[in-house]
Design a binder for this molecule. Structure first.
Ligand SMILES: O=C(O)CCC(=O)C(=O)O
Ligand SMILES: [Fe+2]
Length: 195
């Protein structure tokens, strides 16, 4: 399975953004997305998050949990995904993906406001954050800091989005509220000291 994940990463579609930022996209990339969703919903020790995050005060209505370095992930597909991502991006990133942040958007009222993942190195260095999404599709928006048109990425069941280059410091991203949505869980793989 790890091999087929590696093959499909070679076909990931890269979209250059401004200021040295880019995103890679691969649809229906994660194996067994149904059981990944069910396992995460059931087994992750979810806690509420509603507080300051990143570089500004944002309202964060959603549930979260982070698997830190060395902790086993709750579904084998996620371990395989992280290995495939680390192998594929090794030459560009120079280090593996280490942590796995999990976010549970219970319905359309759950969201995350505009922010960059700028705790740690993301505020000063190029890095990558790789997101896999399971459950109902939600739109992830990206916009350049300081203004400009936003880019919308529809994240469906099993889809992969990788934000790279200067994306965390020169762009922001958000998952806006929507009128109607079922639950969605996102898993963000990050290298050491990127949050
Ligand atoms: O839900 C997502 O896909 C994005 C989550 C996010 O940007 C974050 O937790 O930093
Ligand atoms: Fe983020």
């Amino acid at each position: 399975m790890a091999q087929s994940l590696a093959r499909s990463l070679a076909d990931a579609q890269r979209t250059p953004l401004s200021h040295g930022a880019w995103v890679d996209l691969a649809h229906s990339w994660l194996p067994e997305p149904d059981t990944v969703f069910e396992t995460l919903a059931r087994e992750v020790p979810w806690r509420a998050e509603r507080r300051q995050m990143y570089d500004r005060l944002v309202d964060v209505p959603r549930l979260v949990h982070t698997y830190m370095i060395g902790e086993e992930l709750p579904h084998p597909s996620l371990g395989e995904a992280r290995e495939a991502l680390s192998a594929h991006y090794q030459s560009e990133l120079g280090e593996p993906f280490r942590t796995a942040g999990c976010c549970y958007y219970r319905d359309g009222r759950d969201s995350v406001a505009w922010h960059g993942d700028t705790i740690g190195r993301g505020s000063t260095h190029d890095t990558m954050v790789a997101i896999v999404s399971v459950g109902d599709p939600r739109r992830l928006l990206l916009r350049p800091r300081g203004g400009g048109d936003s880019v919308a990425v529809e994240m469906g069941h099993g889809d992969l989005l990788v934000m790279g280059g200067s994306c965390q410091r020169t762009w922001e991203h958000a998952v806006p509220k929507v009128a109607h949505s079922g639950p969605r869980i996102s898993v963000q793989f990050r290298p050491f000291n990127v949050f």
